[in-house]
Design a protein around this ligand. Structure first.
Ligand code: GLN
Length: 465
């Protein structure tokens, strides 16, 4: 049942928040043994629940890198498992509670959000509810899988290079990455601070709007938070696409995209045209540099952010160390998994003296060019439509020897993070792929900065097709 349905049931007295949580627990016990989306669950004491509030009485699942007071927050890492308990609420959690929601359960993820399959979780392997031999996508794989499996009504994830949209696409649910600065990052464990955003994963576009409405807004505790009023997203969400200009960038439909993905996305675009949208071919020439740019900037920021995990203030401490430097070495050696170490090494390298100009400054310049591609496109069109990922969910283990393959799979989602624009993934059909009969495919819609109202409006039309 969608959040909208549940709200109605709650206000009519057909169910209660306690009953919803009980139902979820029963379903988690029945299904999560296979899916393994939850790292842990157990509700936060919600206090008095006001059912008249926008999310009154609704349990929302939380990615395990968003601090929720008194609950564990593993970030999918052995480094924080068992010993770290959040000493405060992230702003999004405070806002969810203010809107009447109940944060319920902690969802699995790639370690420190680094990955595209949730295979980098050091805690457990999350499986795709549509096919247990397939990845969920990542890094918010647990958040997407729980919604798809019906073990959560809706969840929060985080998106640095696609981590909300790509797993949403692979699991057949809706995933929204807001404009950079629209939602506070305070209390989100930082991966790459200039790219990270928190957003919802839901069954429907209406539900995504409902959650965004609750979590968006200025926060003085996040210096990059935008002090701009939050519009009423429900006011325009049903306005349709008639008369809107939708841009189709040639660069997102080229080589490497699976024919079943292309076909589903193109069909949906045709449908939007039949609803009265004008389809406009556009070009975003710097798209091809997005992955390389991201893999300089994101690891650079990560190498700095992750220095706080030293075994002293944060992270499990190695007990066999000889001196303070040895504490750092041994704790970090034991605490971080291979992908995180790879990113720290890469990030430290590109920031080091002598290489900084060659890599980091150059990447910042290319980032500007990618941002300019979007600016120029949005002078001509209201929204942009692309696939979310080049292929549907691959088999578990199939990229074990080749992390680069996974890096490349984020080609269509990374540009939105680099430019800071909002983007949403909406299910748009299924396709046969690599031995599977029917795997979900997502369509991505992108809008200008702070254009979430436009984004949701186009997404709703695309969803209804
Ligand atoms: N897959 C990308 C990475 O590994 C993006 C992850 C994310 O958005 N957190 O960095």
């Amino acid at each position: 049942m969608t959040l909208t349905d549940l709200r109605q049931q709650l206000t009519q007295g057909d169910t209660t928040p306690a009953k919803l949580i009980e139902d979820l627990s029963v379903r988690i016990q029945a299904k999560d043994g296979t899916t393994q989306a939850y790292v842990s669950y157990g509700s936060q004491a919600a206090g008095d629940i006001d059912l008249s509030k926008p999310l009154g009485g609704l349990p929302i699942g939380i990615k395990d890198n968003i601090n929720t007071f008194g609950q564990p927050c593993t970030c999918g890492s052995k480094f924080l498992e068992k010993t770290y308990t959040s000493p405060y609420d992230a702003t999004v959690i405070t806002k969810l509670k203010e809107a009447g929601a109940i944060p319920f359960g902690r969802l699995n993820m790639d370690e420190f959000a680094m990955g595209s399959a949730t295979e980098n979780s050091a805690i457990q392997l999350t499986r795709n509810p549509h096919d247990p031999d397939r990845i969920t996508g990542g890094s918010s794989g647990g958040s997407a899988a729980a919604v798809a499996a019906g073990t959560a009504f809706a969840t929060l994830g985080s998106d640095t290079g696609g981590s909300i949209r790509q797993p949403a696409s692979h699991c057949g649910v809706v995933g929204l990455k807001p404009t950079y600065g629209r939602v506070s990052r305070f209390g989100l464990v930082a991966f790459a601070s200039s790219l990270d955003q928190i957003g919802p994963l839901t069954q429907t576009v209406d539900d995504a709007a409902l959650i965004l409405q609750a979590i968006a807004g200025y926060d003085s505790r996040d210096t990059t938070s935008l002090d701009v009023p939050v519009p009423d997203y429900s006011a325009t969400i049903n306005d349709g696409v008639k008369g809107l200009k939708l841009g189709i960038p040639a660069e997102y439909f080229g080589e490497g995209i699976h024919p079943g993905v292309r076909e589903n996305v193109e069909k949906r675009i045709e449908h939007l045209r039949s609803l009265g949208a004008e389809i406009v071919p556009i070009s975003m020439p710097h798209t091809k540099h997005a992955v390389a740019t991201y893999y300089v900037i994101a690891p650079a920021e990560a190498s700095s952010n992750l220095s706080r995990f030293d075994g002293i203030r944060y992270g499990n401490r190695a007990d066999n160390a000889e001196d303070i430097i040895d504490v750092y070495h041994k704790s970090r050696e034991a605490g971080f998994g291979p992908e995180v170490k790879r990113r720290i090494i890469l990030g430290t390298y590109v920031l080091s003296s002598g290489y900084y100009d060659a890599y980091y400054s150059r990447a910042q310049k290319v980032r500007q060019l990618i941002t300019r591609d979007f600016k120029q496109a949005f002078e001509k069109v209201d929204a942009i439509i692309t696939p979310v990922a080049p292929t549907p969910a691959r088999k578990i283990g199939s990229c074990a020897e080749d992390p680069l393959q996974d890096y490349l799979s984020d080609i269509f989602t990374i540009p939105a993070n680099l430019a800071g624009v909002p983007a949403i993934s909406v299910p748009c059909g299924t396709t046969a792929f690599d031995g599977a009969a029917a795997l979900p495919v997502g369509i991505q819609i992108l809008a200008p900065h702070l254009g979430e109202a436009m984004l949701l409006r186009v997404a709703k039309a695309a969803e209804q097709a």
